[in-house]
Design a protein around this ligand. Sequence first.
Ligand code: ASP
Length: 409
Amino acid sequence: MNISLNAQILGSAMLGLTIGLALSHLPADSGAKISSLYACGLIGGVFVDLLKMVLIPLVFLSIAAGVANLSAHEHMHRIWRVTLIFFLFTTAVAVTEGLLVSNWFRPGAGLDVALFRDAMGHYQGQQLTLGEFGGKFLHSLFMNPVAAMAQGEVLATVIFALLVGIALVVLRDAAAKLVILMNEALSVVMLLVDWIMKLAPIGIMALLIKLAATQDAALLAALSKFVVVVLGSILFHGIVVLPLLLYLITGVTPLAFWRGARQALITAFATSSSSATLPVTLGCTQNQFKVDKSIAGFVVPLGATVNMDGTALYEAAAALFVANLVGAELNLGQQLVVFFTAMLAAIGAPGIPSAGMVTMVMVLQSVGLPAEAIAILLPIDRFLDAFRTMVNVQGDMIGSLVVQRLIKR
Ligand code: ASP
C-alpha cells in the first residue's frame, strides 16, 4: 500500500503525541522512560539538524535567484510593499487579539504570586531595553555574509541575498550565467529537502513523543486559565482570522489550505522553529500551492524571521498576564506601549525555539513589569511555542499566496 507522505506525517504526529502522553505517566526515574526519551531526543535532533543543514543555502539561493528571476524592478517594489503591509497588518491584528482577550478574561488575576517566588528568585533577569533591542536588531541586518551563513543568521542572509538578487537584475545579461547556475543549485537543494522529508514521519514522531512526555502537567494546570486564553486566541487567529483573510483575498478555502500546508504546519509544531521548518514551508508553498518561485522565494524566508503572528499575540497576552499576577493595572497608554513593543519583539525574534521568551523581557520592561516573571512561563514554554510557531509558519504561507494574488491583480 502506498501511503502519501502527508498521511504518514499526520499519522506519525498523532502516534507520537499518544506515545508521549502514555510515557508521561511513567515515573521520571523509570528506565524505559529515560531510554525512550534519550532515543527520541537523538532521532528528533538529527531530523532538525538535517533541516538546518539545508536552511542557509536554501535561503540564499531562493531569494537571490528569486529576485533575479523577476523581470522588472517595478514588480519587485510592489512585492516588497504588499509583503510588508501584509506582515505588519496581520501582526497588528494578532497583538490586538491578544490584548482584547487578556483584558476580557484577565488570566493571572487572583493567582498567588508566592507560588512562583522560588522560580522567580532563581531567574537571572537580563536587561533588554527598547534602545538596546533596536540597536541589536539594526546590527543584525547587515553582517559579513560568510559569518552570517556560518552562524545560521537567517535575517542577515536574507538581506545579503536580496542585495545580490537586485544586483543580478541590474546586471542582466552580464550575469546571466550566474543566474542559471543559482537556479540549478536551488533545484539541487530542493531535491535534498525532498530526501530529508522522507525522514519526516520518524523525526516528527520522535520530537512529539519527547514534547508530550516532558510536559509539567501540574504547572500547566496551575496556569490553566492563561494557557487556555493564549491557546484559544492563537488558534482563533490560525483557524479563523488568517484563513478568512486568505479566502477573501484569494478564494483558497481553509480545507484546501490545510491539505497543502499540513507538512509545514506539523513540522513547525514538532520543531518549534520557523527557521528549521523553512525548507518544508518553501516546498509546500511552491509545490502544493504553486506560488511563483520568485514570490515564494522572497516572501517565505523573510516571513520566517520577521512575520510571527503567534509570537506577537503571545507576547502581548503574557505581558498582561504578568501584570495581573503582580497586581499592576495597565492603563490604555501602557497597553499601547505593550502593543508596539510586542510587535517589535515578534519582528526581532529569530525563528528558533523559545526566541519569543527572550525578546519578551523588553515588552515587560517597557511598562515596568518584573522580567523575572518570565521564570514562571519558561517551564511551559515549549508547549505553547509549538502552537505559536505553527501559526507563525502559517502566516508566511498565507502571505505568499496573498502577495501572489494581489500582484497578479
Ligand atoms: N519558536 C518561534 C518560531 O520559531 C518563535 C517564538 O515565539 O519563540 O517561530
